[in-house]
Design a protein around this ligand. Structure first.
Ligand code: IMP
Ligand code: MG
Length: 331
């Protein structure tokens, strides 16, 4: 058995979906497992030029790979079926590939109603926080308790360990390091574990992990109630060029320059060995290459200098490849 893990090093929306999709094309995975979050996530994926947005369902379904919603996630049956139908309209029959772990907790209508009134954090109102609260309060309901979910249920231990097949897993995450319940900017966080620790809660030993893909953007975006925007017109330009509007809620994302201290911390804590910096095409277009370091903004003269500085900074951090990407579909 082996597993690759994808983690987001900033505040979500860094292109994990793109990286997951690209890896599914290249590697021979037997399973893709979503390891945290719920339908608060929005992964925009371009597959052979066709745009699809997923919330609950892992991108393995676009490649004929079994796709499991793991026990680190919370799942709204209502929104799950809606998403399944919408995806099937675009890509045809995928339901035989979609699996839900029996012990995954469920987001109920009550959770959705409660979260819809939330104002302090600026949540996505998808019932995430209340569902995790009830899970840890031991009042939750699990997927195995819901009749409509029966056809999708899988005992993850049996699935991964009672087989003679080679098991090769891609762990697809949601949200990001800056939103992590433990390491993010509490209380402006989500309610799940967005680090590699969150992945191994889903039934796979840390000894099986091969690559840890850290995904970031060359600038920062954040959606939620705290102030995060930088003070310059240029951020409006970047928002437009980069289409930085939430794929789940449509909200305008706040924009700032890349904060290297956050990325460094996220690389260390996750043990990243493959780094992807996305959306390079956007800064190419505005021809500015700034970065925040110890709360100061530094301007690099060119993309080349920006990349060189990152490569140098990563040289002692256990990273064996860095990809600077400006493409919607490929790394
Ligand atoms: P919740 O996860 O809906 O409870 O929201 C908590 C915080 O995480 C809010 O600031 C949300 O905007 C943010 N958030 C949740 N999911 C995502 C995501 O997929 N991308 C970006 N931000 C997210
Ligand atoms: Mg997103």
């Amino acid at each position: 058995m082996l597993a690759d893990v994808i983690v987001d090093l900033q505040y979500g929306d860094c292109g994990k979906g793109k990286v997951a999709n690209a890896l599914c094309k290249k590697e021979n995975y037997s399973h893709v497992i979503r390891y945290n979050g719920g339908c608060n996530a929005g992964h925009t994926i371009y597959n052979n030029g066709v745009k699809v947005v997923t919330h609950h369902i892992p991108c393995g379904v676009f490649h004929g790979i079994k796709s499991v919603i793991g026990p680190g996630c919370v799942l709204s049956p209502k929104l799950f079926f809606q998403e399944l139908e919408e995806l099937e309209k675009k890509v045809g029959n995928i339901r035989d590939l979609v699996k839900i772990s029996t012990n995954t907790h469920v987001i109920t209508d009550f959770h959705l109603a409660q979260d819809s009134k939330e104002t302090k954090i600026g949540t996505t109102k998808r019932g995430n926080g209340p569902a995790y609260r009830d899970k840890y309060d031991r009042k939750g309901m699990r997927a195995e308790d819901i009749p409509e979910l029966q056809p999708f249920l899988v005992d993850l231990h049996e699935e991964l360990y009672s087989t003679s097949e080679d098991i090769s897993i891609l762990f697809e995450g949601a949200q990001g390091f800056g939103l992590d319940i433990d390491w993010g900017d509490y209380p402006f966080v989500t309610s799940s574990h967005c680090t590699v620790g969150g992945a191994i809660l889903n039934g796979v030993s840390p000894k099986k992990i091969r690559n840890i893909w850290g995904v970031a953007k060359c600038y920062e975006t954040y959606v939620g109630s705290k102030k995060h925007d930088g003070e310059s017109e240029i951020f409006n330009t970047i928002r437009d060029i980069g289409q930085e509007f939430g794929s789940t809620t449509g909200r305008a994302r706040q924009i700032n320059w890349m904060n290297w201290n956050l990325i460094e911390k996220a690389i260390n804590i996750n043990g990243v060995n493959k780094l992807v910096i996305n959306k390079m095409d956007v800064l190419d277009e505005v021809s500015e290459w700034p970065m925040i370091l110890d709360e100061e903004v530094y301007e690099f003269e060119s993309r080349k200098d920006f990349e060189f500085w990152i490569e140098q900074s990563c040289s002692d951090m256990g990273i064996d490849n860095i990809f600077f990407s400006g493409d919607k579909e490929y790394i």
